[in-house]
Design a protein around this ligand. Structure first.
Ligand SMILES: NC(=O)c1ccc[n+]([C@@H]2O[C@H](COP(=O)([O-])OP(=O)(O)OC[C@H]3O[C@@H](n4cnc5c(N)ncnc54)[C@H](O)[C@@H]3O)[C@@H](O)[C@H]2O)c1
Length: 250
């Protein structure tokens, strides 16, 4: 079960952290992988690890805030690598700031990266998926889209928007064999969170909120992505799959 042989997956923000773990999980399940991130050089480590699984890999520099870069990437991949079956919209930023400090520029950067980039990537990739009558679109949302967290209102709003997008896109594309889902992780220690989690008070707040008392591991997010990308998950649509150890059940 859950094999992805013969499939091509594109993962955004795949240089590091959760995106890298997802790319490796999909590769270990048999998919060929297109890895994208803002800088091509940053993808070298993920690229060599995907090759280690014996899969084909293509690295492409894409800033998901740039419509023209997204368009060029999808066209190049579909012409020279093959049709994209699985899209993982993982690229994201979080620069926590309390509401009274948020500037319009910070608001726009968060929404352009976390919401707009994923939407237009999905719009372009789904065109081919719908024609071919098979596709999986997976967004990495967050538990922050389901609950509030003080000190990061803009990030929470972007992830709530992603969860709503998933519902609507999944309804629009279901008849064409395309499912759209998201994965909502709790805290994972990555470049995004390392500084905050190194504060003992914040770390202990987080660990107290997670009933299991542990952070999530990037590989656990990768495993959820493999499931949602699989044939077996064809009836899972418009869903936000929590990998939060129970935080959001409180
Ligand atoms: N780490 C966590 O605790 C956590 C929890 C829930 C959700 N998430 C989400 O998971 C995703 C990955 O987060 P992570 O923790 O691995 O972060 P990370 O900072 O380690 O990795 C994010 C990657 O996205 C890339 N990226 C950022 N902006 C980009 C842009 N405009 N265009 C292309 N690439 C861009 C970065 O270069 C980086 O490689 C994000 O969407 C994040 O919001 C993370």
């Amino acid at each position: 079960m859950f094999r992805l042989d013969g499939r091509i997956a594109l993962v955004t923000g795949a240089a590091t952290g959760i995106g890298q773990a997802i790319a490796l999980a999909l590769a270990s399940s048999g998919a060929d992988i297109v890895i994208t991130d803002r800088r091509l050089e940053a993808l070298a480590e993920t690229e060599s690890q995907v090759l280690g699984y014996g899969r084909r890999v293509l690295g492409v520099a894409v800033d998901v805030r740039e419509q023209e870069e997204i368009r060029r990437c999808v066209a190049t991949v579909e012409e020279s690598f093959g049709p994209i079956d699985i899209l993982v919209n993982n690229a994201g930023i979080n620069r926590p700031a309390p509401a009274h400090e948020v500037t319009p520029e910070e608001w726009d950067d968060h929404f352009n990266t976390n919401v707009r980039g994923g939407f237009f990537m999905a719009q372009l990739v789904a065109t081919g998926m719908r024609r071919r009558k098979w596709g999986r679109v997976i967004f990495i949302s967050s538990q922050s889209g389901l609950i509030g967290i003080p000190g990061q209102p803009v990030y929470c709003a972007t992830k709530g928007a992603v969860i709503q997008l998933v519902r609507s896109l999944g309804l629009e594309w279901a008849k064409d064999g395309v499912t759209v889902n998201s994965i909502a992780p709790t805290f994972v220690e990555t470049n995004l969170t390392r500084k905050r989690l190194s504060d003992p008070a914040f770390r202990s707040f987080v660990l107290r909120k997670i009933p299991k008392g542990e952070l999530a591991m990037p590989e656990q997010i990768g495993a959820a992505a493999v499931y949602l990308a699989s044939e077996e998950a064809s009836m899972v649509n418009c869903e936000t799959h929590r990998v939060d150890g129970g935080w959001t059940a409180w």
